[in-house]
Design a protein around this ligand. Structure first.
Ligand code: DX5
Ligand code: ZN
Length: 214
């Protein structure tokens, strides 16, 4: 059974807490929180203040995706704001091993995200330390983009790498262009955690939207 993590990037920011509670009631497993700095990606969203503002409205896991440069500078602030797990981009970290251990030593599961053009070899030397690998299935920065089909082979290869090392607890997460059609493809390829923004938040019936991704 897939873990479904609606991305609040596509939520109504004028009533963010209500939208989060709505998808919780609709069966969401995690809340995916897309943090963007306007430098690492060509979009600017929000920081720890927004995370802490909505923290008390739900018990769901806050899955924080840092699409920012120098994420190590903000790990403590997002943890204080209520993050339950933090994912950083391999492309944004000069010292990726150090950043991953900064997150883990603070007691949180740590993930690494790979942009579509970044090979899996970027994480082969720290794969045993990771709780999650996020395979970006669009170029990061915006919701509502088209799924990149080459991602499927990358997911399959990652699944093979994890199985070869006996890493059965490490999540494969996918993010971008996930809908009822692509959800079936990524699940078959080996994905465990499906992030979906537009496919959930643009729908009136969020429960049906989430169910269609499982
Ligand atoms: C893109 C974000 C994704 C995005 C997914 O940079 O990381 O989480 O919000 O949006 P959809 O599901 O609409 O493609
Ligand atoms: Zn994301």
């Amino acid at each position: 059974m897939s873990i479904i993590a609606p991305s609040i990037l596509s939520a109504d920011f004028a009533s963010l807490a209500e939208d989060i509670k709505d998808v919780e009631h609709a069966g969401a497993d995690w809340i995916h929180i897309d943090v963007m700095d306007g430098h690492f990606v060509p979009n600017l969203t929000f920081g720890p203040l927004v995370v802490s503002a909505v923290r008390s409205y739900t018990k769901l896991t806050f899955d924080v995706h840092l699409m920012i440069q120098r994420p190590e500078e903000y790990i403590a602030a997002f943890i204080a704001a209520g993050a339950d797990r933090i994912t950083v981009h391999a492309e944004a970290c000069i010292h990726l091993h150090r950043v991953i251990h900064l997150i883990k030593e603070a007691g949180l599961p740590a993930g690494v995200a790979l942009n579509p053009a970044t090979p899996l070899s970027a994480i082969e030397n720290i794969l045993d330390d990771l709780d999650l690998v996020l395979i970006m299935t669009v170029n990061p920065g915006f919701g509502g983009q088209q799924f990149i089909p080459q991602s499927l082979e990358k997911i399959r290869q990652l699944k093979g790498m994890l199985e070869a090392r006996g890493l059965h607890q490490t999540y494969i997460q996918v993010d971008g262009g996930i809908n009822s059609h692509t959800a079936a493809l990524v699940r078959e390829a080996g994905a465990h955690v499906l992030v979906a923004g537009n496919a959930v938040f643009t729908q009136q019936d969020r429960a049906a939207a989430i169910a269609s991704l499982r």
